[in-house]
Ligand binder design. Sequence first.
Ligand code: PEP
Ligand code: MG
Length: 889
Amino acid sequence: VKFVYDFTEGNKDLKDLLGGKGANLAEMTNLGLPVPPGFTITTEACKTYLDSGEEPAALRDEVSTHLKALEASMGKKLGQADNPLLVSVRSGAKFSMPGMMDTVLNIGLSDKSVQGLAQQAGDDRFAWDSYRRLIQMFGKTVLGVDGELFEDALEAAKVAKKVTVDTELEAADLKKLVTKFKRIVKTEAGRDFPQDPREQMDLAIHAVFDSWNTDRAKLYRRQERIPHDLGTAVNVCSMVFGNLGPDSGTGVAFTRDPASGHQGVYGDYLQNAQGEDVVAGIRNTVALAELESIDKKSYDQLMQIMETLENHYKDLCDIEFTIERGQLWMLQTRVGKRTAGAAFRIATQLVDQGLIDEAEALQRVTGAQLAQLMFPRFDDQAKVDQIGRGIAASPGAAVGKAVFDSYTAIKWSRSGEKVILIRRETNPDDLDGMIAAEGILTSRGGKTSHAAVVARGMGKTCVCGAEELEVDTKRRRMTAPGGVVIEEGDVVSIDGSTGKVYLGEVPVVPSPVVEYFEGRMHAGADDADELVAAVHRIMAYADRVRRLRVRANADNAEDALRARRFGAQGIGLCRTEHMFLGDRRELVERLILADTDAEREDSLKELLPLQKRDFIELFEAMDGLPVTIRLLDPPLHEFLPDVTELSVRVALAESRGDANENDLRLLQAVHRLHEQNPMLGLRGVRLGLVIPGLFTMQVRAIAEAAAERRNAKGDPRAEVMIPLVGTVQELEIVREEADRVIAEVQETTGIELKLAIGTMIELPRAALTAGQIAEAAEFFSFGTNDLTQTVWGFSRDDVEASFFTAYLEKGIFGVSPFETIDRDGVGSLVRSAVQAGRATRPDLKLGVCGEHGGDPESVHFFHEVGLDYVSCSPFRIPVARLEAGRAAS
Ligand code: PEP
Ligand code: MG
């Protein structure tokens, strides 16, 4: 095998072997663009080194051969005393791992060659500064010296000279600093800074290999789900310098605007500087367009190259370049990151330019980007007073009064106030406060902190880790930089999409994309409409190619109508328990407590017309489309009074000697029905089998509602769904009853009702015996919420707020299995149940109605396993449509 590729030998499709950076440098080289010559050591070499602790036997010679060729083409030798070739040694894995791994610049400088570089460049200061940087970077990353020691020495040199910035240090100062740095290396690393350039290079290469396995790199990979066994490539590239005077410089550029997608000249340029200076913000950059007046020749060449790159990659590219004394060099390119809005615009622009087709356009956008575009945002025309910035943890725009504890959040929100809950960090005790708040702001913690995880789960706006804001919960206030104090009750606005925090109320504008889905906006000329037009076109492509149908989880006509506007093709889950709350709760209480058949039948009789009304409205809203109605599911105690409250009431009454008969009876029943694990208790089909008449009442309501709609010339398509089935016997019993009731309604109304009866698959046993269950079911709908709960043994109501933060931080999973389907575990049960079900009943209809139905990655999985539809909350429907299209194209 070959372990080293010259830049002329690789190409952009070799990312596995050459890493992203190396593959793209090779691609640019082969396009004839000016890339400083160099070579890439493969990920295979890295893997061998990491596995065995030694580099592959052939590597040394291969590197020598390539180095010789490089030296020949540059006309100078690595570290040569009078005219040194210098190289950079950079990591570059297949997937970008920003800042996670190591880089060493200026390899080849030594006590001797620093003189040569000074002469060659005609600039002493430059040469000593380059040497100083090498010892510092090498000392830190290769020899493991604490970087602060170098920083401190540099700082001391500046203080001694009474200057504030590095550039004010002169050659003599830097020369002294080099001596000091070498002493630090000797003391800390127990060895001299190597003077042999080849030794420098080899050690730097090993250090880059080793950096694949640092703790932070491993953690990053676990969280981003990047496999651990890929290894990194190493790029050895001849150095070019942007800090050799006013005719030199460095910059970044985009082939089009990453914010809007518009074509034009976008980027920044910094004269007489190196890449790190741009990042460090030592001086202000100028707009790239100004390069035209600084160096017209390089500018024109750069514009030409950008056009070449965009036509070649057929996408927006970002670029890093350096100009060394009037000569332009390309240091890096890659397909560039962009905002969500730009992604949609660019995809359609590229179709119009004939660069990509519609199928490819679909791959250029994601459901997550669409979801982002559907949040309301702050008006960018508004005058704002920004007081801080944290991590954009959960998108949205929230405005409210500052409160510093959950109790106040709940109290104020109950009295109708909008509040922002501000904490240093949150913990499970804050849950109720978080629910009550419009948004959450913390000064500590990252994207996997408790606040971030829980807020995302609730779809609540959250900014976390805004470290410059000092939160003092005891005194109920927060201090912003500059001494601005925000007291409890002061209004703040937080932007969960940018992480910005503002004082006062910033006006919120609705999402133009939602306005469009709602039918309130059409194509036009301004900026928002351009976005809408792009979204419209992409959605049309997706709808044309997708195989999965998309339904809504909706329990009332209002939600159903909105879902239809958003493109729903039916209702996949109507949770009837939501129809039993409110004023009907008392009726249900009576039903549960009924001692005699007569009492029970009375309450059922009262419930029947109410349920029927619900269904009629739903069928009307979804006329002509399937509506899956699930019979009552949740634990009984949810309909009964709280056991503690009731106990106290009864105890008080008893101590006064006036306990009432009804309360006593109620308390007994509540005790009798109390469960330690209600989610695993008397729920779903179990309830239907234990409370006589309950399910038949619901089926009758459905059948009569359907009949009535038919009489009104409607087209109701009802499907009856039985929840929490574990065995076919349960289903058979319910089915017999249901068939009997339906036949009865058909008889009395004279209308033939084609009601399908099916079941949820949401228990492992149901999935494992799906072949038998399909005998009694016309459709399956996977309840992946309960299935995840029962397969993992994770309580769905508790774990996300308790230990999931720790799990995410340890990288046990990158995302909650309640959010994205666990393909290997839960997913494999779904897959086998699909096969077993279809084997029994080839025309079995298959869907999913757990939260995963609206999750982008999960939609791809459901497409792959061959479901007929996904069902999700109305707001997620566009996302599901888009991802179903992407999965199929
Ligand atoms: C499920 O379990 O996935 C489901 C859709 O039902 P529910 O969330 O109502 O338990
Ligand atoms: Mg369920």
